[in-house]
Design a protein around this ligand. Structure first.
Ligand SMILES: Nc1ncnc2c1ncn2[C@@H]1O[C@H](COP(=O)(O)OP(=O)(O)O)[C@@H](O)[C@H]1O
Ligand SMILES: [Mg+2]
Length: 224
């Protein structure tokens, strides 16, 4: 599904990704870990086509992500789900409307949007808050709304960059469990984080970056 081959990225003379290679199969759950500045975000950005690389290959399904034209990048982005640390919810839309929005833009019919949005709000445990506005939600609920939004178009592949960054430990752990549930239902999950507790709770494959280099890649691993 994903093949990263000898990827290198420079900011000036600073090599922030240095000859990074790995493969991820469909249905896997992979945590990408490392201290702040290790290159996690840069790697996620490269994989979602948000950042150009200076060398190497990034293939996701049929997409040669490092060489995509603008219009192809748009097409590729519609196939994947992306979650960041800051939720960027639309403040004047309700939870339901925030999640349904992507489907409306894509031109789906009203009854499909209704059904699919309710299903995904159930998945993240927010059906009761569907008519709340973002300011009426807790941090954990806002992040779960962002997750519902990222999942509403049923992507096979979900990228999350420090999704627990603004959450307290209990909410972070609840989010880890939600990612496991999403993965169990078939979605490939790639989670970049420096949060050791959640990586250890997840106990799946762990790729460790250090100063832009891949220094370990282990199944059922922890992050000490
Ligand atoms: N736009 C940029 N310009 C210059 N340097 C950058 C830029 N973005 C990130 N960096 C540098 O790249 C390195 C890796 O950053 P990043 O990928 O954000 O690490 P992480 O997500 O693991 O904390 C850091 O040294 C950071 O300062
Ligand atoms: Mg980062």
């Amino acid at each position: 599904m994903i093949s990263i081959e000898k990827v290198t990225k420079l900011y000036g003379k600073n090599k922030v990704l240095d000859d990074v290679s790995f493969e991820i199969g469909g249905g896997e759950f992979v945590s990408i870990v490392g201290t702040s500045g290790a290159g996690k975000t840069t790697l996620i950005h490269a994989m979602i086509g948000a950042e150009e690389v200076d060398g190497g290959m990034i293939n996701v399904d049929q997409y040669n992500v490092a060489r995509l034209s603008r219009s192809k990048i748009q097409e590729y982005r519609r196939q994947i789900g992306i979650i960041f640390q800051d939720y960027k919810l639309l403040p004047k839309k309700t939870v339901f409307e925030n999640v349904a929005f992507a489907l409306e833009v894509a031109g789906y019919g009203k009854s499909f949007i209704q059904r699919r949005t309710v299903d995904v709000l159930k998945l993240v445990g927010l059906e009761e808050q569907r008519n709340h506005f973002p300011r009426q939600l807790s941090g954990g609920e806002r992040q779960r709304t962002a997750i519902a939004r990222a999942l509403v178009h049923a992507p096979q592949l979900l990228f999350a960059d420090e999704p627990t960054g603004n959450l307290d430990p209990d909410n972070a752990l609840a989010l880890a469990k939600l990612f496991l549930k999403i993965n169990k239902e078939g979605t490939t999950v790639i989670l970049a984080t420096h949060n050791k507790d959640i990586v250890n709770a997840i106990n799946k494959r762990v790729i460790t970056l250090d100063k832009g280099k891949l220094v370990s890649d282990k199944e059922h691993s922890t992050y000490q």
